[in-house]
Design a protein around this ligand. Structure first.
Ligand code: ADP
Length: 400
């Protein structure tokens, strides 16, 4: 029975999970994906789907016995029970969790115990939309299987050792000392890309990565380390996203509070749920819908998105001290050729030239031979990064 790591990404109403078995040689790209699934509709109308590594459906059901709605612990019990009875014959030896915030203290993944859980709970005010649910996933496993080792992998950790000038706000020192920093997020995605870079572009030392999904950010990487990113204290900063504003003059927030009667809750909804591509287009937060639409508001939302990416590319190239390679990743970055083409056209001043045919077919290398900067698509894999970390934290702890 192969030893396997269970990867958990727990959100407010869904738990995404994946199981990775130890690869025989543990070389190459880390452990082998066995299955990947999701239990959604926690607290309302649950649905469950699991796929194998090739994308074939192993289990799908949206008919749920009526009764008391599932909570996180019930959902976790269901997932662990399914894995047990699935016939996949896995020996789950640990659970690795995506945890959005590691605060100032955690710059790497860590084995979870009560003290760690308490420290992570203290960070809930810094990420109120994600951290409580991430921790609910950890507590749920502890309740269902208390002896299973658990590891927290942080979205902030990859950015923890940025240069101080990229780390602090121009705020009074006491506020900085109390933890109001530019943390940066999507760190597990950037770390995975940084791990792939030596295989894909071995000569690139100064790289900008654009993680363009529902959440979107960019990161400047120099010699494998994050030196700056577009996200800051929270995951609402930087690029406009599906429903989030991205960078906004803080004076707008003040004005809405003081002159327009907005409450803190209304501001939170505005910043996180009602803005971005959805707010500008009034059509959809989904890039596919906007690209398919001939409504001028959809065009304006796309223009804004591409402009901000191109503008931040210049800023992050400055942070990296120049630019050898530009990488697209996540849903839009990996699949939306038109967005990549428009961003790169706006970056022509940097000597970036795309090969249009390579771009159209989502090739790994997108740039033309005469491009001053090479341009790439590297699919991200945050779950695999968590599985790799979880394995290595446990091996480390177990070593004498
Ligand atoms: P999440 O942040 O939820 O993990 P993803 O990385 O899955 O997001 O990216 C979701 C985004 O990717 C959506 O805006 C979706 O429209 C976009 N996307 C996915 N496939 C395509 C495609 N073929 N063309 C354009 N956009 C796409």
């Amino acid at each position: 029975m192969p030893a396997a790591v269970l990867v958990i990404n727990a959100g407010s109403s869904s738990i995404k999970f994946a199981a990775y078995a130890d690869a025989g040689d543990n070389k190459g790209d880390g452990p082998d994906l066995v299955c990947k699934g999701q239990l959604e509709g926690i607290g309302s109308d649950p649905g469950f789907i699991v796929k194998d590594a090739a994308g074939g459906t192993l289990c799908a059901h949206d008919e749920w016995p009526r009764g008391s709605p599932l909570d996180h612990a019930g959902a976790m019990r269901f997932i662990l029970g399914w894995l047990d009875e699935s016939g996949l014959d896995l020996d789950i030896v640990a659970a690795g969790h995506r945890v959005v915030h590691g605060g100032l203290d955690y710059d790497r993944p860590i084995r979870i115990d009560e003290a760690v859980l308490t420290a992570l709970a203290a960070l809930i005010p810094l990420a109120p939309l994600h951290q409580p649910h991430n921790l609910a996933g950890i507590r749920a496993i502890a309740e269902v299987n208390p002896s299973l080792p658990q590891v927290a992998c942080f979205d902030t950790a990859f950015h923890r050792n940025k240069p101080p000038a990229a780390e602090i706000f121009a705020l009074p020192r006491a506020l900085t000392d109390s933890g109001i920093h530019r943390y940066g997020f999507h760190g597990l995605s950037y770390e995975y890309i940084a791990r792939r870079l030596p295989q894909v572009v071995p000569q690139a030392r100064r790289v900008v990565v654009a993680h363009l999904g529902n959440g979107a950010s960019m990161c400047a990487i120099r010699d494998g380390r994050s030196v700056d990113s577009t996200m800051g204290f929270t995951a609402v900063d930087g690029l406009p996203m599906g429903t989030r504003t991205g960078a906004l003059d803080p004076g707008v927030v003040l004005y809405l509070l003081q002159a327009r009667g907005y409450t803190a809750e209304a501001i939170e909804r505005l910043l996180y749920k009602e803005s971005g591509l959805l707010g500008v287009s009034e059509i959809s937060n989904d890039m596919r819908d906007l690209l398919a639409s001939d409504d001028p508001r959809a065009g304006e939302a796309i223009d804004l998105f591409c402009y901000q990416i191109a503008k931040n590319l210049g800023a992050l190239a400055a942070a990296a001290g120049g630019l050898d390679a530009f990488v697209f990743t996540a849903g839009i970055g990996e699949h939306a050729a038109e967005i990549r083409a428009r961003v790169c056209a706006q970056a022509a001043w940097m000597g970036i030239r795309l090969d249009p045919a390579a771009n159209e077919r989502d090739a790994q290398r997108l740039s033309a031979d005469d491009s001053a900067v090479s341009v790439w698509v590297i699919p991200t894999d945050e779950e695999r990064m968590i599985a790799i970390h979880t394995r290595s934290v446990l091996t480390h702890v177990a070593a004498p």
